[in-house]
Write a protein that binds this ligand. Sequence first.
Ligand code: ZN
Length: 519
Amino acid sequence: MWLLYKTFLFSISIGVLTFSPARAVTSIDINIVKDGTHIKTIELILIKKMGYLKGIDIAEIFNADIDYKTSTKEVFLRWPVPKEERRADDYVSADIKFKIGSDIVVMEGIKRKMMKTPKIIKGKVYLPLEAVITRAFKSIAGAQIQWSFKDRTLWISYEGNIADSRYYTYNDYTRFVIELTRKLEYTTKVSGDLIEVMIKKAKLSVPTEEIKVNDGVINKVEVNVSGRGVEFTLKTGKDAGNSDIKNYPSPPRIVMDIKNKSASEKSREASRKMDKLPPHPAGPAKRDKVDIDNINLVVVDPGHGGKDPGAIGPRGTKEKDVVLAIAKKTATYIKKNLKARVLLTRTDDYFVPLAGRIKMANDKEADIFISIHANASFNPESEGFEIYFLSDSASDEEAQSVANMENSVVAMEQGTKNLSNVNSILWSLTMNQFLNESSELCSFINKEVIGATGLVERGVKQAGFYVMKGARMPAVLVETAFISNKREERLLNDKNFQDKIARAISTSLKGYRDWIKKR
Ligand SMILES: [Zn+2]
């Protein structure tokens, strides 16, 4: 009977691979397109909707060497020839290190957390697709990389110098960004409802013909490639007001802001209703910071406060008290070590609505937003340090429950819609153009805090935290330690420990500042 079952399994394994009855694995074919040419089709394996590529396939298509050390279960990707000397079919020397079963990958010497782990399937190394489409991987491979599940295609471009184009819809304006791999000459023409931007000698990394926006300010963007370069034509909508086109050096990009002429009063009204906060004396929130190359103002946000104690420890320690202490120390260190200004969203034990915290940071045009919390779990043994940046889908179930815990405070805010409405608001969370900077900032803080405190490293994670919604600067939420764990509750009350965390955060900001200056 068992033999028969095995033959049956083998016979259907072409399309659907089953490794254990519990876990269905499907494999699909995807296209690899390099600089506009289809070069081959490779297998993508899907496990719980997460994609995996064969290590040897990744190495081959990116001209790298792959090495698997069975003794340590480590997988190395190496590029033998320095990046700047590489032509499309050459190699570089940077390393990427994975480990089978571990969600930590080391790229450019920085530990990063992935959502899924590398696996050995049928004796072969499989690596999470998510690692390949990160900015760090692109920079190591020296290529523009784009993935579309819908098109079943991975685009790789060494020649393209238009890396990406995307838009962000805000209450009072829409921003269209064209990201370049290097500075390029361009001309603009505004006539009637058309805004034309011709980028000379440009090459698309990913074939794009049209981008539908339909937010009332921009209807769509047409993309035309010609011998002269690439032209973006923005067809504006009925709410389109004045436009403002600028370019920025790092990363090189052209940014177009088109005012929403019908939104001003409406948006002010909406935000007033939303935040139950008096209108800010300076008027509507100023435009996003586009180019952050220094850290002048940091907003430090001690979570909870007033009627909201936050989580409470087995010995009665209130989260609101320990995070305020850590926040104040962090502010002192940042002022001292970075010579930057610091604003605390609360300086004492009082209640501040969640939306009001990021509004403060936006209105003051802060360069960084750091929300400080203490973690809690029903499991009294849960321990360690973790740090978050924004996304609409949580890294894992645990991350989702931490976000739910922190977001639940909204229910305390008078007149605020109930949580389900808040959840529907969350959809706009990812409309944040600083996700990459936020994830980098997380890596810097994570490294310093773990180094300084020796806490268990739970890693850099993502989830939908309402307090970071609409952040117009890199924003992170720090879960310092578990107040629900007796030992860590004691630590959170300990001045030395608080000091270590505070100092580590300010030190990591220095590293981050150097990174943004260098990139
Ligand atoms: Zn909290």
